[in-house]
Design a protein around this ligand. Sequence first.
Ligand SMILES: C[S@@+](CC[C@H](N)C(=O)[O-])C[C@H]1O[C@@H](n2cnc3c(N)ncnc32)[C@H](O)[C@@H]1O
Length: 314
Amino acid sequence: MSSNSLINLPADSAARSTSVPWYAEQLEPNQLAEVKLFFIQYSDIRPDEVEAHILRARDAAWSISPWPCIGEFWFLTFSLSRHPAYTHILDTLRFQSHNDPNPPYKLLDLGTCLGQDLRKLAYDGAPIPALLGADLLDFEAAGHALFRDLDRFTRGHYIQGNIFAADDDAEDKLLKTRGSWFFVHVSMFLHIWPLEQQEEAAANILKLLKKEPGAMVIGTQTGTLTAKNDKLEPPFCRQGEEKYVYRHNCESMAALWHRVADAEGVKVDVWAGWNAEHHQKMEKIRREVPYEELSDAHREQLDERKVVFSVTRV
Ligand SMILES: C[S@@+](CC[C@H](N)C(=O)[O-])C[C@H]1O[C@@H](n2cnc3c(N)ncnc32)[C@H](O)[C@@H]1O
């Protein structure tokens, strides 16, 4: 979907309706089971209150912007912790001073929304001064309400800014941080735009990185076996409007970063692969369930994959 379609929505926009397919009324039992302990331990919520708490916090976030990642509870997925580079990232952050208010190795979660990946890093032992989120919209209070951690992720860990801010935009708070991040994480971010805008965003993401070997962009996003433009349908665009987002496979994702890094004169190593767990699940369905027996939703998802990537300065 195009980000512009879900930002500054009129109050009566159809995309705000909870009848849209990407608003789930309830949590799936496995979604709750996977995060229950986290909310008990990290957020100090009583076990019997976790579900109602998540539903309430989700609806508050939905009223800010009805992103599918909010309606479908994607914000309960710790996608960074499933990235093959997670142990390296966590160790780099963890093995530095926990008392330094401005540590040398910091991670920016760009397009952070409710900030679940930052909370997971903190839970796993990364120092909180090294963890910041940035988003175009102001989800800071909604993140605090969900994770009940204003005592730990104090104000200043959230940057409101625009990855498309012009180079001479003196007001944009994200742009001011260019060159200061050892890690920039992007989850479910680039895929919200057509290819040309993804390239523009990727170039600006590279500018956020420190000019040091080892500095990395890491990410996960929705992709597909055969890279292609996907046409948006209302309410993600206006009736009759022709809008597309670009869905990558591993090769096109890697090619995008090589192209952008070359154009920016930045030397990088690039890796892209499928999220293995999701890929195996979809291949099993393809092998074992006859096509005629698949629901329409499953048929549509058969080629869908999660693309995971890392781009490392050399
Ligand atoms: C699909 S959500 C993904 C949220 C989160 N990373 C996750 O995985 O749950 C995309 C996020 O990017 C933010 N966003 C959209 N356009 C942006 C821009 N131009 N600059 C910064 N953030 C933007 C949205 O507000 C939204 O929170």
